[in-house]
Design a protein around this ligand. Sequence first.
Ligand SMILES: NC(=O)c1ccc[n+]([C@@H]2O[C@H](COP(=O)([O-])OP(=O)(O)OC[C@H]3O[C@@H](n4cnc5c(N)ncnc54)[C@H](O)[C@@H]3O)[C@@H](O)[C@H]2O)c1
Ligand SMILES: O=P(O)(O)OC[C@H](O)CO
Length: 341
Amino acid sequence: MTATGKAPIGVIGAGAWGTALAQMLASDGREVRLWALEPELVERINADHRNPVYLPSAELAPTIRATSTLGDLGDCATILAVTPAQHLGKVLGGLRAAPRDLVLCSKGIEAGSGRLMNAVVTEAAPDSEVAVLSGPTFAHEVAAGLPTAVTLACGGGEDQWDRLAPAIARPSFRPYYSDDVVGAEIGGSVKNVLAIACGVVDGLGLGQNARAALIARGYAEMLRFGEALGARPETLAGLCGLGDLVLTCSSTSSRNFSLGKALGEGQSAQSLMADRRTVAEGAHTAPVLTELAMRHGIAMPIVAAVYRLLGGAPAREIVSELLARPLRSEQDEPGAQDSPA
Ligand SMILES: NC(=O)c1ccc[n+]([C@@H]2O[C@H](COP(=O)([O-])OP(=O)(O)OC[C@H]3O[C@@H](n4cnc5c(N)ncnc54)[C@H](O)[C@@H]3O)[C@@H](O)[C@H]2O)c1
Ligand SMILES: O=P(O)(O)OC[C@H](O)CO
């Protein structure tokens, strides 16, 4: 326990989202231990109470202590895991003591293995109970205390929710209970790829009708993929699926949308990905998601199109191909052979 009488909470990853979550958690005086990869960033956060690299807009609470030593989170019963998805397994492998609750906040799928992140977390910390926090959450808005609602999917069911909800909820940050860990994860990882597609439509100047069509047809892809992997459709209809899809597909505040917009405007995928300091998870998810869809026999033509775009295919050509697909019923569930991947 700390001076406030409340247990400290750990956050692993001091990018925009980890920093915003730390600030949200500290907004009631709670002590937060924030692990950052970069030692110079640890110094800046502790000295200036700002994260000038990843979240320069936010003034941070003094009860947030940054560290580059994972062992400093050893007294935290609850830890939020917020690194980019592809680094999560390696970073969590450095944990010496498993916290009781590990809350996964990254949105992605492991490249190569195709594992969802909850499997990666469970392998790295088998003694922890895993939950997934996901929803429409731009980091700068959460850090500013603007109202935000998320899905908190608890693998440990209602007992875990009873521990986590009071630890994580704040007046402006409202978690909703679910026990569908797979659904919560799939919503967040698939929408990132679809946001790239919506950015492309914007960059090409194809209009708002086209964007709405992409959101609806992309959502159908998310549902098909989710159901094949055991997600519940009602989870995907909630904050972590449709809610996040609408947010991320509508705003240049999204890194994924912005990446797609630049692609649509004619910039090369290679130059856009080179030397990126911030993460656009959809670019890492698109190849593995396309492969998983093929493996499961699920048509995900928009996801496959994003994959090809990132490989250098011209945006206008890809859009023409999508528009030329055979006409069919909206409820049709075609097989993966219809995918242009
Ligand atoms: N930014 C948001 O608004 C937001 C909201 C919800 C979820 N997320 C998710 O949170 C996760 C983290 O994104 P972010 O926006 O905080 O990141 P970011 O783009 O702001 O920062 C990049 C992060 O990657 C880290 N990093 C780089 N190389 C690394 C390595 N080798 N090992 C470990 N870490 C490394 C950096 O230290 C930094 O913390 C992503 O999965 C993202 O989809 C982000
Ligand atoms: O900036 P993006 O595209 O990574 O999106 C951030 C969050 O996932 C929105 O919920």
